[in-house]
Design a protein around this ligand. Structure first.
Ligand code: 57M
Length: 359
């Protein structure tokens, strides 16, 4: 909205022409959402504390988590507010992809909000029933996948990393693929969100990485030069990704160890889904396995642990799943686990970006 108002001034004042550029608006959106989240953070923490919206802690987890009882939660509202506001003000709202990512973010955010609110009301760590949550996630993801199909010129293809111009056409199966990617990413981020800053760090890194993917995929010359699929209009998603990475950075200020607030499901459910949506639009959804490697490993650790636990009648592969609990129980200090997971995330993001050139 601000974009139209300011850009329309360029006929009188040439300097406003700069609003035409995605790169400029991405930086501005990032700056805006970072400022909003840093400024509103302390106020939100005060309000959440006043209303006693604190985290109930499960008593079957690592013991050192008990000191975290009562930490204000639902800080995800801060991330979503700064992200959506900056996007609405600085992105081109005639672009259908922008509305798609907003729909996914708000839809998954609403599911998380209901879940968190129920936990708060009941005063326990049990929110929405897992199957209800999953059903709602599938519904929102299906709506997003259907709308993606309806975008003029949309092709149901995915680019294969490390290969020049190799794109798999999934046809109608793409619908199912998109739902799995969106719901899977949402849940993987949620599982990762169990230590201070553990999820938000890699979310920030993934958002930055996909901001670059979106920019080059939507730039006809760069896409041709890199021999990646050109997706007209996808470049605008760089503005969303910039705002997301910066909102995550602002939230990290308060979520850094020892955390002053947690994001809650209102944060952890939409973040993975939003990044997955950008990955789908840009056709770089296979490389999400690398960009979101930490989330993939955390989710795999749960699948393996639960599967083996049931199959073996109570035996475990890890001391506890998700895998960050395993390292906690091995005695690694919490900040060490967090920072090491961030380092892995950065290395994987660099590897993922190298797929743009190494093909
Ligand atoms: C939610 N939520 C955190 C916070 C955050 C199937 C099963 C593996 C599912 C899994 C699960 O429920 N995971 C998803 C993880 C919780 O954090 C809240 O939840 C939001 C995210 N949804 O924003 O509001 C706790 O995590 C800690 N935390 C921090 N800092 C943060 O910045 O320290 C969170 C954010 C917080 C806080 O302690 O209370 C959570 O872990 O509950 N279940 C599990 O993860 C459980 N694993 C388990 O049962 N493993 C079993 C196997 C057989 C399934 C095993 O390995 O034996 C563990 N989680 C907990 N205790 N808390 C184990 C027991």
């Amino acid at each position: 909205m601000l974009y139209y108002a300011l850009y329309s001034l360029h006929t009188t004042y040439g300097a406003f022409n700069v609003f035409r550029y995605i790169t400029f608006r991405t930086l501005l959106a990032a700056l805006m959402s970072l400022t909003i989240s840093l400024l509103l953070g302390p106020m939100l923490i005060r309000r959440l504390t006043e209303k006693s919206i604190g985290q109930p802690i499960r008593d079957d987890g690592p013991e050192r988590h008990q000191v975290k009882a009562g930490t204000p939660t639902m800080g995800g509202t801060l991330i979503l507010f700064s992200l959506i506001l900056a996007t609405l003000l600085l992105a081109d709202l005639r672009n259908p992809y922008i509305w798609l990512v907003i729909l996914v973010t708000v839809g998954f955010g609403a599911i998380g909000f209901v879940d968190d609110f129920r936990k708060y009301r009941l005063g326990s760590s049990a929110g929405l029933a897992a199957r209800h949550k999953f059903l709602c996630q599938c519904l929102v993801a299906s709506a997003a996948a259907a709308l993606l199909f309806a975008v003029p010129g949309f092709e149901p293809t995915v680019a294969v990393p490390f290969f020049k111009n190799v794109n798999i056409d999934l046809g109608p199966l793409y619908f199912l693929f998109a739902v799995i990617v969106i719901v899977g990413a949402s849940n993987a981020v949620n599982l990762t969100d169990g230590l201070d800053g553990l999820a938000i760090g890699p979310v920030m890194i993934a958002a930055g990485t996909y901001g670059l993917f979106a920019y080059v995929s939507g730039h006809v010359k760069l896409a041709q030069y890199l021999q990646i699929p050109y997706v007209a209009g996808s470049g605008e998603l760089a503005v969303f990704c910039g705002a997301l990475a910066a909102a995550a950075l602002g939230f990290l200020w308060f979520n850094a160890y020892p955390a002053q607030m947690f994001m809650g499901d209102v944060g952890s459910l939409p973040l993975g889904a939003a990044i997955a949506m950008v990955a789908l639009v840009t056709k770089h959804s296979l490389v999400l396995i690398l960009v979101g490697a930490i989330f993939v490993v955390e989710a795999l650790s749960v699948i393996l642990q639960v599967g083996y636990f049931k199959w073996s009648g109570g035996k475990r592969i890890f001391r506890m799943a998700p895998i960050h609990h395993h390292y906690e129980l091995k005695g690694w200090p919490e900040p060490q686990i967090i920072v090491r997971f961030w380092i892995i995330s950065i290395i994987c993001a660099i590897l993922a970006l190298s797929t743009l050139k190494l093909r």
